[in-house]
Design a protein around this ligand. Structure first.
Ligand code: 5GP
Length: 187
């Protein structure tokens, strides 16, 4: 999809281009390949936002990894976090004794991932690391959350594209952009 498409008209600006994203994702894949040498990690995709990042990242990791998927409620259709975390779809497989890497689209307040990390460690994972595409450190509310792998620090703006949505739309934009406040202005 090119940047003249209708969906791009709802953006104030493009924050990260597809080329910038691809370069960082490749770098991260290579780093994870080195860090997990000799291991068979389980990569957990947090649906739906991380799905595009996940699909690209796993293909940059040169290891005999396995995949699993989890869905968690966070935002609904609003643009501010509710603080309520609910598992909508759980993992298919046991993670007891496994090296788990949770793949998330964005860490904002950190509430979602903090809850999730604790839950997965309680299930007996051997190790657990977090890989996120985006991080908004200015908005962090949880202090005990360690983000192990991160591609981009971004400012406090609501972004969409490359898997990230607003009201389920814009996930298929190949680039990441700041959504124009006129789209969600009356919330
Ligand atoms: P947290 O629990 O860290 O506050 O929220 C993380 C979740 O909030 C992300 O997985 C994502 O679904 C959503 N989120 C936070 N910031 C943004 C944003 O700028 N754009 C979009 N589309 N979702 C966001």
């Amino acid at each position: 999809m090119d940047q003249n498409s209708e969906l791009y008209k709802d953006l104030d600006r493009i924050l990260l281009t597809r080329e910038e994203i691809a370069a960082k994702v490749k770098e991260l894949g290579q780093r994870i390949t080195r860090d997990y040498e000799g291991k068979n990690p389980v990569l957990v995709c947090i649906l739906k936002g991380a799905s595009v990042f996940f699909a690209d990242l796993i293909r940059e990791i040169d290891l005999p990894l396995t995949l699993d998927f989890m869905a968690i409620s966070s935002y609904g259709s609003a643009t501010k976090t509710s603080g309520v975390v609910r598992i909508l779809k759980d993992l298919d497989n046991d993670i007891l004794g496994k090296d788990v890497i949770v793949v998330e689209d964005i860490v904002d307040s950190g509430i979602t991932l903090s809850y999730l990390s604790k839950t997965l460690m309680q299930r007996g994972a051997k190790s657990l690391r977090i890989a996120t595409l985006l991080d908004k450190p200015a908005r962090r509310k949880v202090t005990d959350l360690k983000v192990d792998y991160m591609c981009f620090d971004i400012p406090d703006a609501f972004v969409v594209g490359y898997g990230l949505d607003y009201d389920q739309v814009y996930r298929n934009l190949p680039d990441i952009g700041v959504l124009s406040p006129r789209i969600y202005g009356n919330q």
